[in-house]
Design a binder for this molecule. Structure first.
Ligand SMILES: Cc1ncc(COP(=O)(O)O)c(C=O)c1O
Length: 355
């Protein structure tokens, strides 16, 4: 059963301060009102928590995650990172950036399984190269097979005398979730300073980001539910997994709170047409936010989360007096890797001089 012990923001910050950390991010990230977008939608005031501005190599949620992952790695004397995911991984790009800041070498094992072997040096991959990661492309799909390869590479480095820290979902997601407890603290502090109480917090997540926010919201007693708009469906129950991640993070923080699946609000309604492919709602959200606020969303995560929020506003879930916080988790380099698909989908603005 979740406990109902309420802490203040200083108490939660104090718990976070006990955990090893390596400073990387520009914090707190701004919380800014999207007045043009709110007016355009004729609904509540949308406030954007600008975690796309965490400050390191195009920013994003993983900069926060990596403060605690690097903290853990350095505390255990790691001298090498081995990481991996899909070729256009935001996670890998951010982890390379974090390693560069910490002066650690990093080897990436990147899956090209979903690309029919075609790898274009664009977007996140271009940035990985620029930052000097060593990169190995493999045909194993993202998941257990890729994870096994990563563990194998780490083992080889160990045999060469290194102390590698490597991608391994557990404990990486639990450690990463701690960082979003702090994001919840920032949101609480910023909303208080701006004298409003949000009715909901929206975020793109099916893992550590939303789990950390939910734990932070529970510990602080925030009234606003954290609405996780999932970018993908896991082979396991996402809410149960996120509750476990949140509870594990709470243990690491020595907080008494424990979450269960019912505490996690997860929507899988906005994934279509599938993970990694933007649908019409996402494409509309990308254009609307770019055209009203000059802010870039990404076509895989934040674009779909914004599509969910827009849909909830249009179906009448909120009044114009309400305030909503939307956490922008970054991911924008992928826009450049999807240039052709996006260019084909964006209607051209007619000019004042005809065609
Ligand atoms: C830009 C962006 N937003 C959101 C997420 C979701 O994060 P998580 O499910 O790990 O909380 C990711 C994960 O890769 C991401 O790259």
């Amino acid at each position: 059963m979740p406990s109902r012990i309420r802490l203040n923001t200083d108490e939660v910050r104090n718990a976070i301060d006990q955990v090893p950390r390596f400073a990387l991010a520009h914090l707190p990230t701004p919380l800014e009102p999207l007045r043009n977008l709110s007016r355009e939608l004729g609904g509540p005031t949308i406030w954007m928590k600008r975690d796309d501005c965490t400050g390191l190599m195009f920013g994003g949620n993983k900069t926060r995650h990596n403060e605690f992952l690097l903290g853990a790695a350095l505390a255990e004397g790691a001298d090498y990172f081995v990481w991996g995911a899909g070729v256009q991984s935001n996670n890998c790009r951010q982890t390379v950036a974090a390693c560069r800041k910490a002066g650690l070498p990093i080897h990436l094992v990147l899956s090209r399984a979903h690309l029919d072997g075609q790898v274009e040096t664009q977007g996140n991959l271009l940035l990985d190269h620029l930052m000097g990661a060593s990169i190995e492309f493999v045909d194993e799909p993202v998941g257990p097979e890729l994870d096994a390869l990563i563990a194998d590479r780490a083992e080889q480095l160990r045999q060469q005398g290194h102390r590698p820290f490597f991608w391994n979902r557990n404990p990486v997601v639990q450690i990463a979730a701690i960082s979003y407890v702090e994001c919840a603290v920032e949101i609480a502090e910023q909303c208080q300073r701006k004298a409003f109480e949000p009715v909901a917090i929206y975020v793109s997540s099916c893992g550590s980001t939303g789990a950390g926010l939910a734990l932070g919201a529970e510990a602080l007693g925030l009234k606003a539910p954290v609405r996780n708009i999932a970018p993908l469906t896991w082979p396991w129950d996402t809410a149960t997994d996120m509750a476990e991640v949140a509870s594990d993070a709470a243990e690491r923080l020595r907080l008494p709170h424990r979450l269960v699946a019912a505490d996690l609000d997860v929507s899988e309604h906005y994934i279509a047409p599938g993970y990694g492919t933007p649908g019409p709602g996402c494409l509309e959200a990308l254009q609307l936010v770019a055209r009203t606020e000059a802010i870039l969303l990404d076509p895989i995560y934040s674009g779909k989360a914004m599509a969910g929020l827009i849909d909830h506003i249009r179906r009448g879930d909120f009044s114009s007096d309400d305030n909503i916080v939307f956490v922008h988790t970054g991911g924008t380099p992928v826009l450049f890797a999807m240039n052709n698909l996006l260019a084909d989908s964006i209607p051209r603005q007619p000019g004042p001089f005809g065609d």
